[in-house]
Ligand binder design. Sequence first.
Ligand SMILES: [Zn+2]
Length: 340
Amino acid sequence: MSQSPIRCTIDLDGPGKQLGHLRVPRSSNTSGWSSLTVPIVSVANGEGPTAVVIGGVHGDEPEGQVAAIKLARELEPKDVTGRVIVIPCLSPEASLAYTRLWPSGANMNRSFPGRPDGPADEQLAHFLSTEVFPRTEVVVDIHSGGRTGLCLPWSEMHWVEDAGQRRRMVDGMLAWNTDWCCVYIDIAGTGLLVGEAERQGKTVISTELGGGGHVTAAIHRLAADGLANVLRHEGVLAGDVVTREELGRQEPTLLMATDEDDYLLAPESGLFETLVDLGQAVEPGQPVGRIHFLERPERPPEVIEARNGGVVCVVRAIATTDQGDNVVVTARVVDRSELD
Ligand SMILES: [Zn+2]
């Protein structure tokens, strides 16, 4: 594997608390010699596991960025056994623009495993794949539905074949203490950050904490409290793991959205009207939304029906819709034993 062109200004193996940057070389119309600067923080103390916490893979998902920057600022070596590496925002220009994609059009979550001689997003992905993930046992990647999707707040995982890795990931997912936990598939391409971390055998914990362009105080609390509990559960952060029982909450509802028919796509472009709300139970064939055609008042709307029964876990958050855009996701409720 070729050497990364990225300069990391901290020693990823060094002790104590270090605040620095990843500097990705670039050249722009306003500066021929420039670098894209991505903050990175490492807090290390003694022997123990290493966890990396990543926010802002997508720029319009502030939940993880806020939780990660608070963690990076507040965390001190005395709180840590092992090492916590925090990258509060992996896509700073997209975050500034409050867009999912980079201004270049790159989707940071389709750029893995990356390459050292590719565009900046792929160089960054390559650095994580070759310099960061190999140093870690635990990879936490915090997402939400962004501006266009509203998700039940949930922690999530891919189904991985290795039973030991899967068990660690299920336990990590449950430690977030969300009311919903979801096993999902990728219907929109490859190159995900979590996919590369899973391929390297890591305990990978991710989330979809709401979305829709607005973050409630409850979601900010869920992001910060869940992240801290996951790090305690993984043995890298001091303090006792908090259980849902201690919080006075019932067992979480476990969801599986692993059938392509769970992901309902717009058959035509138009204005989307949802007929269902998050958490609602639906039957196969039940209308879940309509696409309206504003240029054709005489034309009836196109009705979108659920293919599988289950629970509505995602609803499109903006009405303007292109053909092929996801409008609703349904998931089936499963027992804990199905995840073994
Ligand atoms: Zn995302």
